[in-house]
Structure formats: C-alpha cells, structure tokens
Design a protein around this ligand. Structure first.
Ligand code: APR
Length: 230
C-alpha cells in the first residue's frame, strides 16, 4: 500500500465553519496573538486566554467534519493515510481517520501547569476551564495547546512520518508558521507533492508541487480522482 502523508491547516476545517487565522475576517484579525496565544499572555491575563480557548471549544461541539475530512478517511481503504495537523480541532478523528498527529495541541484536552504529564479530556457537558480549576496535584489547568514561543514536542515524530511519504498532500495552510511549514523540506526527492488551497500559497523552492486551487471538499474530490486513477 502507498503511504500518503497529509499536512493540514486551518483551511481544512473552514468549510465546517471554523475560522482560519490569516484570511480576511480570520481569528488573528479579531485577536492579537500576543494577548491570547503566548506564555506571556498566560502570565499577564490567564482569564482572557482561558476565555479565548473556551469559546473555540464551545464552537467545536457545534460543528461536524466536511467532505474533505470524510474523503481523507475514505482513502484509508486504498492506502496508508497519516495525517499531521496544525489544527487543534478533532474533526479528522470524528471523520474516522485513524492516524492523526496534532502538532499544535488539542482543544479538547487540558493539562496541569505543574506536571505536563497530567492531561485531561473535556466534554460537551463541561466544555470550559476557569481560573481555580486544578489538576489532581493542585496546579492550575491550562489549554493543551502549543503557544507561539513554545517548543513543538511532536515535530520530530512528524519529520519521521514525512520521510515515509510516497505521496505528500498539503491542505489549507498558509505555510507561515514554523517548524510546521518546514516539514515540506523533509519530503524525499521525487515524491509528488499536491497542495489544495483556494488561494495561491507561496512555497519557496519546493519541487514537484501540483496545486489544486480549490477548497478542501472540492479539492479532495479532485485529489481522490487523481490518486486512484493515476
Ligand atoms: N479549503 C482549503 N483551504 C482554505 C479554505 C478552504 N475552504 N479556506 C481558506 N483556506 C486556506 C487559506 O487560503 C490559507 O492558505 O487555508 C489557509 C489558512 O491559513 P492560516 O489561517 O494561516 O492557518 P494555518 O496555516 O493553519 O496556521 C498555522 O498558525 O495561528 C497559528 O497555531 C495556529 O495552527 C495555526 C498556525
């Protein structure tokens, strides 16, 4: 079976109704990164940070995967599909994908600020965390999110996965944020790279890029036709 490795970003979930970050009307037009998504923000105003992620989490319980997520799952009947996502939503998992690595953390998880091995799942019944919500050792809970300026613990595992690709597919990311964007450089030479995005994404120097200039759902329909007939 062929190994398809997929790198997804916010555009993957746009058609499910989750805002991207850098498009017009995107989240980083409404919030400043340094107010809600950095360790400094957490030190300065943890309530604002918790509120930002509580809102995102509540929204997540109201949305469902789109056709793009579904097709990625369907492709598992024909090939090994390994997804590396920058997204903190769980829509790949809800769609049924069996191999999903979250580079930037997971919205439905929270962890102890005193012991990062203590990770807890939140549910639709209790979607929020507040100041004063503590782990079993008595430390404040924080979102299980990789903030700007923090290490990306899953990156070396992601690099290992990228190196196994026979086909590499990028969906809905502006490739602005490193180290995630740099993963493309680990794709073995000769491996075809497809890129689904309705906009032109600049990808300096990468070879074998086949742009599919469409949204995630339509783009995945086209990719499926190409990959199963090619
Ligand atoms: N289908 C596919 N792609 C789309 C769609 C769609 N329907 N709508 C928009 N896009 C594309 C945009 O054209 C853009 O290239 O999705 C991309 C979204 O880019 P960003 O908003 O920059 O999101 P992303 O690349 O995932 O951001 C990376 O930055 O803010 C941090 O941690 C956050 O994981 C995030 C990281």
């Amino acid at each position: 079976m062929k190994n398809l490795v997929v790198l997804t970003g916010a555009g993957m979930s746009a058609e499910s109704g989750i805002s991207t970050f850098r498009d017009s009307g995107g989240l980083w037009e409404q919030y400043r990164i340094e107010d809600v998504a950095t360790p400094e923000a957490w030190r300065k105003n943890p309530e604002l940070v918790l509120d930002f992620y509580n809102q995102r989490r509540r929204q997540l319980f109201e949305v469902v995967p789109n056709r793009g997520h579904e097709i990625l799952h369907e492709l598992e009947a024909f090939m090994t599909v390994k997804i590396i996502t920058q997204n903190i939503d769980n829509l790949h998992e809800v769609a049924g994908s069996s191999s999903v690595l979250h580079l930037h953390g997971e919205l439905l998880k929270v962890r102890s600020t005193g012991d990062d091995r203590l990770i807890y799942e939140l549910s639709a019944e209790k979607p929020d965390i507040h100041l004063g919500d503590l782990c079993e050792k008595g430390f404040q809970l924080r979102p299980h999110i990789v903030w700007f300026g923090e290490a990306v613990p899953m990156i070396s595992e992601a690099v290992d996965i990228v190196r196994t690709a026979d086909v590499f597919l990028i969906i809905g990311t502006s490739l602005n944020v490193y180290p995630a964007a740099g993963l493309v450089e680990y794709v073995n030479s000769g491996v075809p790279i497809y890129l689904i995005d309705p906009k032109d994404v600049s990808y300096p120097g990468y070879r074998n890029i086949h742009p599919i200039k469409k949204g995630a759902s339509e783009g995945m329909e086209e990719f499926k036709r190409i990959i199963l007939n090619g």
